[in-house]
Design a protein around this ligand. Sequence first.
Ligand code: ISL
Ligand code: CA
Length: 550
Amino acid sequence: MQRTWWKESVVYQIYPRSFNDSNNDGIGDIPGIINKLDYIKSLGVDIIWVCPIYKSPNDDNGYDISDYRDIMDEFGSMADFDRLLKGVHDREMKLVMDLVPNHTSDEHFWFRESRKSKDNPYRDYYYWKPAKNGQPPNNWPSFFGGSVWKYDPVTEEYYLHLFSKKQPDLNWENPKVRQEMYDVMKFWFDKGIDGFRMDVVSLLSKRTDFPDSDIKDFNTIINRYYANGPRVHEFLKEMHREVLANYDIMTVGEGPGIDLEHGINYVEESGKELNMIFHFGHMFMDNGPGGKYDPVEWNLVDFKNVFTAWDEKLKGKGWGSIFLGNHDFPRIVSRFGNDKAYWKQSAKLLATLLLSMRGTTYIYQGDEIGMTNVAHLSIDDYRDIETLNSWKEAEAAGKPMDDFMKLVHLQSRDNARTPMQWNATKHGGFSPVEPWLKVNPNHKDINVEAQQYDEDSILSYYRKMIAFRKEHPTLIYGDYKCLLKDDPNIYAYERFDSDGHFLVVLNFSDNEQSFTEKVGNSLELQMNNHQSVNETAVMRPWEAKLFKVK
Ligand code: ISL
Ligand code: CA
């Protein structure tokens, strides 16, 4: 693989609403991020990705954009943004923004025009359909509950929204729409930003015959009817030709339905589309047939298979992205670790994994201090549209709501969105006033200040592990080989190339495990996530060891 800056980078993801409030209104903002740039730099990361900060009525916290060329009032002004970009560049980091090309807000100028009349010049910027026998045009379900079609009395037709009804889907079949989006991208690239994370690119091209679905399982519906549509690669190649090729930037696409079979087509270097994609194989492992609120146990063998299969698939052809969480999923230590008895060890184990795999590493804000899921007692303390809509649906279906609350604690997107825990003061140092979403009560113990100068902290471990990765490009580019594929507790793999050879052993269990597989070799322990170093073949609960193989 050719060496490239974004392959060697570690990305830090910021959810601006929950990062740092600078003007005491309880909402994180851009000046708040600027105040923390030295902290972010101190982690050793290279790229900051900020979730959407554009003008938005905030039906889905900025993923509903009403002006792509302006900044959300609550987050600050364009002058603040320019200062942020300069502050990031002055510290020799890069700034990646979040582009939402699949849908706009219903308050965007294009949509306000589009809904006015059937012959409005913006009508075809969106998908409009007449009723079918007095019913919506088809039976597709929306990601956020209910139908994907919303009736609009003005022209007596329905418009398509795969997400909330305030997020109408753009019609990418219309070349004008594509040019509009390319112009938006150029606007930000010309300002000097260093790339885009692209929201739900897998959904850009629709099956324009809009067939009824004959199945119920939502994940299967996504794969069959919504994702990887017929023209998606044509659109992305055009985008690459017209915009991306002209800048030294990075792109990472996300979206449901990007599976092993389809994912490679987005990132194969010869295909000239995107640099990386987020695949969700490991992120949906715990979803049952009813989706995320119908959870099933995940197991380590499947988890390892996801990473191994993707590495194999991309090897020599494209580049991967390594992540375990983001603003849409539960906290990583609560989900893949043990956030009770082995909180510190398991958070460090996950850091070891994130920073020793092949691919670009993405760290979500707060994971570097081991932030955990939250268990607010009342649904009134939740804000996420997806959580609230699922709650209403469960209530309407007569489900026992005490049980459903437990599922919310396990699965809600708000788990990842509670404010960043800077110190032990009332609102965790995020804001002096009541934040838009309550801080996790455990901020008294889990916070940046408590870990900043503690050599044994999760935060210190992240810093060391990031530095170690940078010193050893073998961990970035080297080959990957999974050992003990079928071991249900140990995840062990080698990373090697002509410059070096490493062995990583991770005990994903609450019990001691022995690891004898490579003990005959001459191993030199480099990283260990427990305070007292252990060079033996015994793996303590949630122990992580990284060896140099000589
Ligand atoms: O959140 C999910 C599972 O909990 C995903 O299915 C998610 O809806 C999907 O990956 C798309 O997410 C992205 O687009 C959404 C937005 O709400 C998410 O925050 C964003 O990451 C619509 O723009
Ligand atoms: Ca604020």
